[in-house]
Design a binder for this molecule. Structure first.
Ligand code: TXA
Ligand code: MG
Length: 345
C-alpha cells in the first residue's frame, strides 16, 4: 500500500483533501492525523473491522483499548450510558483539549474498539485538522497514538511515516504538534475521579474544577503487582533501543555522574536542559528544553528518544524533572521509557 502524505495548512484547511480523508474513514480505512497532543491513527470507532486494522498497523495487543475522538458535544450521549456531573464540568473546562474521560459505554461502541471493556475512553481534541477529520469521517474516530507499538509517540508527520509507511493509505501532515505528550486520562466510573495517565491537564487543574481527584495507584506504587487501570500503561513504552537511566539528585552531582559515564569507549547519549547543556563536554548530548518552560521539554522528549535510535547510542542518561504540573506527565513518560531505572545520588 502506498502512503500518501498530505500537507494541511491549519489556517486554511483544504476541504477537498479533508473530504478524501473522511471518505477513507467512512469506508473503514485508516488516516493518521495531528492532534494538539501527538499524532493519532484514526479509524471509524463504530466499525469493528477498522479497530482491527488499527491494531494490525500498530502491532498493538488488541486488549489495549482505543480512545474515541468526537468533535461535537451532542455526540457524547450516543456512545456512553450516562454523563456524570463531573464529566460535564470537565468538558466545560477542558474540551476541546488534551483531556480523555472514561465512561460506561453504550451498545453503539463495539467491544473491538474498547478492547473488550464495558467502558469507553472519549476525547474531543482541539486541533482544527482533527476536528474537521472527525466531522467528515462520521463523527466518531478511534485513534491511538500513530506509532508502532512500543516506540515513542509521534509528534511530527515524519515520525508517523517512519513507523507506518506502507501500512496505511494517508497521513495528514499539520506540522509539529503543540504539546508533545498524550492526553490526561481521567476515569469517571470510579467513586472519586481518578487520573489513569498524567498529561498537560494537571492534577492541580483537575482539582480546581472537581475538588477531590486521585492518582491511579498503579501509576505511583513501587509495588509492580499493583496494575495500572489503563491497560496501555502496563506495557513497556516509549522505549529507545539503548538502555536509558534517569539520574536524580543535587545538580552538580548529577552532572559529574553523567560525565564519568562518557569517559570510556561506549557511545553514550545524554538528555539535558538549556541550563546544563554546556556542562557536558562529551557524548551525544541532546537538550530537551528549558527547565523554565516545561512545555518546551514536553515538545521535544519523544523526538529526542527517536533520535537516539537513529544515532545508535549504547546507553542513555537523563537528568530528572520536578513532579508538579506538566513535570508529572514528563516524568511519567521518562520513567516508562527508562523501564523505571532511576539512579539516586
Ligand atoms: O493524546 C492522546 O490521548 C492520543 C491522541 C491521538 O488523541 N491518543 C493516545 O491513545 O494516546 P493511545 O491509544 O496511545 O493511549 C490510550 C490509553 C491507553 O493506555 C489505553 O489503555 C487507555 O488509554 N484506555 C483507553 N480506553 C480505556 C478504558 N476504557 N479504560 C481504561 N483505559 C483506557
Ligand atoms: Mg500510545
Amino acid at each position: 500500500m502506498q502512503t500518501i502524505v498530505q500537507k494541511i495548512d491549519r489556517a486554511q484547511i483544504d476541504a477537498a483533501a479533508m473530504e478524501e480523508a473522511g471518505r477513507i474513514l467512512r469506508s473503514g480505512g485508516l488516516v493518521a492525523f495531528p492532534t494538539e497532543t501527538v499524532y493519532g491513527l484514526g479509524g471509524d470507532a463504530l466499525d469493528e473491522s477498522a479497530a482491527r486494522r488499527i491494531y494490525a498497523a500498530k502491532g498493538r495487543p488488541s486488549d489495549n483499548p482505543l480512545i474515541v475522538h468526537i468533535a461535537d458535544m451532542e455526540h457524547l450521549a450516543e456512545i456512553v450510558t450516562e454523563i456524570p456531573e463531573a464529566a460535564r464540568k470537565l468538558a466545560e473546562a477542558f474540551w476541546p483539549g488534551p483531556l480523555t474521560m472514561i465512561f460506561q459505554k453504550s451498545d453503539r461502541v463495539p467491544y473491538g474498539t474498547t478492547g473488550g471493556l464495558d467502558t469507553v475512553a472519549v476525547r474531543m481534541p482541539s486541533d482544527p485538522i482533527a476536528l474537521e477529520l472527525i466531522r467528515r469521517g462520521g463523527g466518531y474516530v478511534a485513534a491511538p497514538s500513530a506509532n508502532t507499538s512500543g516506540r515513542p509517540s509521534p509528534t511530527t508527520a515524519q515520525h508517523v511515516y517512519e513507523d507506518l509507511q506502507g501500512r496505511i493509505p494517508m497521513i495528514l501532515d499539520g506540522g509539529a504538534v503543540q504539546i508533545g505528550l498524550e492526553s490526561t486520562i481521567v476515569d469517571l466510573t470510579e467513586e472519586v475521579p481518578t487520573v489513569l495517565r498524567p498529561g498537560y491537564i494537571s492534577m492541580e487543574m483537575l482539582q480546581a474544577v472537581l475538588g477531590e481527584v486521585r492518582m491511579d495507584r498503579g501509576l505511583i506504587a513501587d509495588d509492580s503487582n499493583v496494575r495500572p487501570k489503563a491497560p496501555g500503561m502496563k506495557y513497556r513504552h516509549y522505549a529507545p533501543q539503548a538502555d536509558l537511566k534517569i539520574v536524580e539528585g543535587p545538580q552538580e552531582q548529577v552532572i559529574s555522574y553523567i560525565n564519568e559515564k562518557t569517559a570510556g569507549e561506549k557511545q553514550v547519549g545524554i538528555i539535558c536542559t538549556e541550563e546544563t547543556k554546556a556542562r557536558y563536554p562529551r557524548g551525544d548530548v541532546k537538550c530537551v528544553g528549558s527547565r523554565k518552560d516545561e512545555l518546551s521539554i514536553a515538545n521535544h522528549l519523544f523526538a529526542i528518544l527517536r533520535e537516539f535510535d537513529a544515532d545508535g547510542v549504547e546507553e542513555i542518561y537523563s537528568e530528572s524533572f520536578e513532579a508538579p504540573g506538566l513535570g508529572q506527565a514528563i516524568m511519567n513518560r521518562l520513567l516508562k521509557a527508562a523501564g523505571h531505572q532511576v539512579i539516586t545520588l
